[in-house]
Design a protein around this ligand. Structure first.
Ligand code: SAH
Length: 237
């Protein structure tokens, strides 16, 4: 049995906003805005159609639902019940085929079903858990040999403090105040280290850059604030 790698205050924060997951103009608007970008990036590296995909920390299912609509068979997991209910309800209303949701910790699922997904995604979640390396390890265990694992999070440096916390939470009110805690943000070098320790080969990375004037995100080589990485579990020999 694994001990819970979860911060109850973080879950409470997301639960209290759970009814807002699918409000395109609401607190989760940035996730809706980056969704097509990350979806295409993932699909370009590991084509989703027909794949079994696990989405760790799925929230209201913004990415899980979109991956299912691309033809993947998706399981979304989270530890916030309200969010899972909202995700399920959305799938019903939108008649999204091939998406399921379950309340289970990544580490527990890794013990139950190792090497059972063609790809694993874990987006905007690592910066909300006490032990992100343990989540990375669980994702590595859950993916099949040769499969891809995708992570996204926020870098930790003066620029990301300015953009992701001061700018997004205090100046532009893009997300609620207190959404991100500076000390929990993760540098690419740290995420790379977690991947290496988990036996994953980091192969691609991309920045997600926000332009406050156009109020749009785009993929960029600048990983200074929001960024994604794609890592591969070596194929079985
Ligand atoms: N991945 C989604 C949601 C990101 S918000 C997306 O990018 O659209 C972060 C999510 O992580 C929330 O849904 C929160 O409930 C979840 N979370 C936080 N701690 C968790 C944990 N220990 N295990 C699983 N999910 C967790």
């Amino acid at each position: 049995m694994t001990t819970a790698n979860v911060d109850p205050a973080e879950l409470a924060k997301f639960s209290s906003l759970a009814h807002r997951w699918w409000d395109l103009q609401g607190e989760f608007a940035p996730l809706h805005q980056i969704n097509p970008l990350r979806l295409d990036w993932i699909d370009g590296i590991s084509p989703l159609k027909g794949q079994g995909v696990l989405d760790v920390g799925c929230g209201g299912g913004i990415l899980a639902d979109a991956m299912a609509r691309k033809g993947a068979e998706v399981l979304g997991i989270d530890l916030a019940d309200k969010s899972l209910k909202v995700a399920q309800l959305h799938a019903l209303e939108a008649e999204t085929p091939g998406v399921r949701y379950r309340h289970v910790a990544a580490e527990a699922l890794a013990e139950e079903a190792p090497a059972s997904f063609d790809a694993v995604t874990c987006m905007e979640m690592l910066e909300h858990v006490p032990d992100p390396a343990s989540i990375v390890g669980a994702c590595a265990t859950l993916v099949k040999p040769g499969g891809w694992v995708f992570f996204s999070t926020i870098n930790r440096n003066p620029k990301s403090f300015l953009f992701a916390i001061v700018g997004a939470e205090y100046l532009l009110n893009l997300v609620p105040r207190g959404t991100h805690e500076y000390a929990r943000l993760i540098r690419p070098s740290e995420l790379a280290q977690f991947c290496r320790a988990a036996g994953l080969d980091l192969q691609h990375s991309s920045g997600l850059e926000y332009n406050p004037l156009t109020r749009r995100y785009r993929l960029s080589s600048d990983t200074g604030v929001n960024y994604m990485v794609a890592a591969r579990k070596p194929p079985a020999t």
